[in-house]
Design a protein around this ligand. Structure first.
Ligand code: AFP
Length: 330
């Protein structure tokens, strides 16, 4: 028996029509989908083609660049650039803001084309994450960097497993699966489960001793109750939290034995990692805060590659963490 599932594009067309929106966002999303499918292809065949190794340079974060980082960045830049709908982009792989269509572009896109690099040599899951904001259409554009609450959409592809999750502002969070002809299909609304039975914790346990004392105590208490999973690629780890509930945390590193390795501002990048998953989480009924217990979506970035600590997931857990963090500061 043949089954025909609703495709992502059908879903989005219907959404845009229902809300009386322009076709511009459709064109941009189409370009993002084309990019994701290309990356999926290069990643699946990467081991055979020998492109899972180092490229021989370092990026803006001082990290060694992989061939896949470069390929994925070039792919995204090509597709979203040729959509003609983007005024400028911020990429994890490029130091400067990337100018695109300065006259006609309507959107900003902030993206990490290949997140979770330590999984790349193993061909294990990685993410392509992006957030989209709209330019000021009524006056000259100030090119300022937008806070997460100004995003109109944010999404992530888990590659190569073939899932795509997208949140649209005030319209919920949806998951799609890739089918045999590379269409993302079968929209499923994501809502964080209220029942704690399935909740999980996700964090890099090797860093545990470096977290602030109240966070360590909180973890010790909670892990008696909840399961623990960690993949080391935000898109994959957050994918589980979105389904099962619980908390993903990447706290500030404040007690490293080598003080030079402390990261009091956290490790994850605000614009194309933390704000992206926080936006999706909030649209699915959850929330997210930084090391000061402040909502991630309210942080106005001062620079494109700003870092932050991140606590994202089920509301009751984020609220507990938030009040612990605020108390520790008072
Ligand atoms: P890179 O892709 O920049 O190497 O980092 C991936 C990531 O930002 C995010 O996807 C993970 O959640 C986090 O780092 C994992 O970091 P650790 O290796 O420190 O656990």
């Amino acid at each position: 028996m043949l089954r025909f599932e609703e495709t992502f594009m059908d879903f989005l067309l219907e959404h845009q029509e229902r809300h009386n929106r322009t076709y511009h966002f459709l064109i941009l999303m189409n370009s993002i989908l084309n990019a994701a499918k290309r990356i999926q292809h290069y990643y699946l065949t990467g081991a055979l083609r020998g492109s899972l190794g180092l490229a021989g340079s370092t990026n803006v974060q001082g990290e060694e660049v992989l061939q896949m980082d470069q390929i994925a960045n070039d792919v995204v830049k090509h597709y979203v650039g040729s959509s003609g709908r983007v005024i400028h982009a911020v990429s994890e792989e490029e130091k400067e803001i990337i100018p695109m269509n300065l006259e006609g572009g309507r959107y900003f896109i902030y993206y990490d084309p290949m997140d979770g690099s330590s999984n790349v040599p193993h061909n294990l899951p990685v993410g392509f994450l992006f957030g989209i904001a709209k330019r000021n259409l009524d006056g000259p554009e100030d090119l300022h960097l937008r806070a997460g609450h100004e995003y109109i959409a944010a999404g992530m592809f888990v590659i190569p497993t073939g899932t795509f999750t997208l949140a649209l502002r005030n319209a919920g969070c949806w998951r799609f699966h890739i089918d045999e002809v590379m269409n993302y299909v079968k929209p499923t609304r994501m809502v964080l489960p209220e029942n704690p039975k399935t909740w999980e914790l996700s964090f890099n346990s090797a860093n545990r001793g470096t977290f602030a004392e109240p966070i360590r105590e909180w973890i010790t208490e909670k892990e008696k109750r909840y399961g623990f999973r960690y993949l080391g690629a935000l898109a994959g780890d957050f994918h589980r939290i979105l389904t099962n509930g619980g908390l993903f945390l990447y706290p500030a590193i404040v007690n490293h034995p080598d003080p030079a390795k402390n990261r009091p501002k956290g490790k994850l990048r605000l614009m194309y990692e933390a704000a992206v998953v926080s936006f999706m989480c909030c649209e699915a009924g959850g929330s997210a805060v930084d090391e000061e217990g402040m909502p991630i979506l309210s942080i106005v970035p001062e620079k494109p590659h700003q870092r932050t600590a991140l606590y994202v997931g089920s509301k009751p857990l984020v609220e507990e963490i938030s009040s612990i963090l605020k108390k520790a500061r008072s």
